[in-house]
Design a protein around this ligand. Structure first.
Ligand code: BGC
Length: 463
């Protein structure tokens, strides 16, 4: 690997240094802004618990062959992880529940597992960190999957029963909930993109599953509120995290690009957003369960990663842009662009419930965080929280363990936790509630994604 001196190297006119290269980033975030981290159960806990991802691994579908049962063993190391979060200085964190572990057989809930989640949640709270709990994050128990999962209307009550059961059994200690992580991504990858379980490829199924998930969210939104009200609580906060991308036509002057861009955006993003947050069903979604219009989120939950550049009825990436190690465009301005669009659908406080990047060498994640939080600092939207994805390197679904999103590394042999430079950076940023001269000089000076372009060029032999 050739690491060149980024101050002097020139890589051609097209890719020459942007004018703001090396320009100082300095900002501060308001006193009441809360910093956090996010994880999901299926991606960190480990264990062969009979989930659809354990099965997907056995079928040889994980690109690098990693076994989610090994993962980073959060199920056993939860206390150590919570202590590290405390050291990081976050005041909020997002954790997930694993349905397959909680309900290993239809209708049979494992009380010991629930007790273990209670222990973890209570411990996190005792450290002064408020947990935001996700009920469903891409993984299903195989018994549910084998019945046809979310594709079959008659199965939906099985999921809703699980959700209600958890609200009943954790409602006394959990006030903040997320119902279903990224319904459109789950429906798309599993039922149209065919690369995630159950691996189907049908537009009709995608729309059916998405519509069913929108309905399930609304039912759970109401059930969690009712459950906690019955328990005497008035501080319940429930939402649904949507994966929001910025969509741009590849050539804005090309009518076909513009047409595809608008269609792809509606089908993947806008229709689901509207149905989930307000019960308004627009093309191409059908209101299969006759959901009444309403307001079904107490805050807007935004998962933001990248911008898409569209020239056909498929996703795409701009040719000349900064990219992460999975090839996703790094586009910090997008974090507030998508938040604004969501806010226009429903005016609620905004929580960024996921934002992060795949940086396998740990060389630009801190810059990525600095720039995304910098956009938030500039914005006048009511963005109240930021949960960085991911706290620890996670099982990245199809990519397995080789795509690194964590602030903390988990040693593949021993599981030992090793904080990365981005951990130190985020800790310093949290302490100062922003980026000042010292943080800039220490972590960000001369550090730009461009460096990555050069590294990639060096590897590929292109530059
Ligand atoms: C998902 C996470 C995933 C992350 C990075 C999000 O869309 O919610 O589970 O790890 O993207 O790919």
């Amino acid at each position: 690997m050739i690491v060149k001196n980024t101050e002097t190297v020139s890589i051609g006119e097209k890719n020459s240094f942007p004018e703001d290269y090396g320009v100082k980033i300095e900002y501060s975030l308001p006193e009441n802004f809360r910093f956090g981290v996010a994880c999901s159960a299926d991606q960190t806990e480990g264990g062969d618990v009979g989930s659809s991802w354990n099965d997907w691994y056995r079928r040889g579908k994980i690109k690098d062959g990693s076994d989610p049962a090994k993962c980073v063993d959060h199920w056993k190391r939860w206390k150590e992880d919570a202590d590290l979060m405390k050291e990081l200085g976050v005041s909020v964190c997002r954790i997930g529940l694993q349905w397959a572990r909680i309900e290993p057989r239809e209708g049979e809930f494992d009380e010991k597992v629930i007790e273990r989640y209670r222990e973890e949640i209570k411990y996190i709270k005792s450290l002064g960190i408020e947990p935001l709990v996700t009920l469903h994050h891409f993984g299903n128990p195989m018994w549910f999957e084998e019945k046809g999962g979310f594709l079959k209307d008659e199965n939906l009550d099985l999921f809703l029963d699980y959700g209600k059961y958890m609200a009943e059994h954790l409602g006394d200690i959990v006030s903040e909930w997320l119902t279903i992580n990224e319904p459109s991504v789950y429906a798309f990858r599993g039922y149209l993109g065919y690369d995630c379980p159950p691996g189907h490829n049908s537009m009709e199924e995608y729309l059916t599953v998405l519509s069913n998930l929108c309905y399930c969210h609304v039912v759970l939104y109401q059930s969690i509120h009712i459950q906690r009200e019955d328990m005497g609580f008035t501080d319940t906060m429930v939402s649904v995290p949507n994966h929001l991308r910025v969509f741009q036509p590849k050539n804005p002057n090309n009518i076909y690009h513009r047409f595809c861009c608008s269609r792809v955006k509606k089908a993947f993003q806008t229709a689901a957003q509207k149905a989930l947050l307000t019960g308004e069903y627009t093309w191409p979604l059908k209101n299969r369960h006759k959901v009444q219009r309403g307001e079904f989120a107490d805050f807007i939950a935004v998962n933001y990663y990248a911008r898409s550049t569209i020239s056909s009825m498929a996703d795409g990436t701009a040719e000349d842009c900064y990219r992460n190690d999975l090839g996703w465009e790094i586009y910090p301005e997008g974090i507030t662009e998508v938040a604004k669009e969501a806010y226009e659908i429903l005016k609620r406080p905004i929580w960024i419930t996921e934002n992060g990047t795949c940086d396998n060498m740990g060389v630009f994640r801190h810059r990525y965080i600095a720039e995304h939080l910098g956009e938030i600092a500039k914005s006048d939207l009511p963005i109240e929280r930021y949960y960085h994805w991911c706290f620890v390197d996670n099982f990245e679904w199809l990519e397995g363990m080789s795509a690194k999103f964590g602030l903390v590394k988990a040693d593949p042999e021993t599981g030992e936790r090793v904080p990365k430079i981005s951990f130190d950076f985020y800790k310093a940023l949290i302490e100062k509630r922003g980026v000042d001269k010292d943080i800039y000089n220490m972590y960000l000076k001369n550090q730009h994604y461009l460096k990555r372009k050069i590294l990639i060029g060096a590897e590929d032999g292109n530059n």
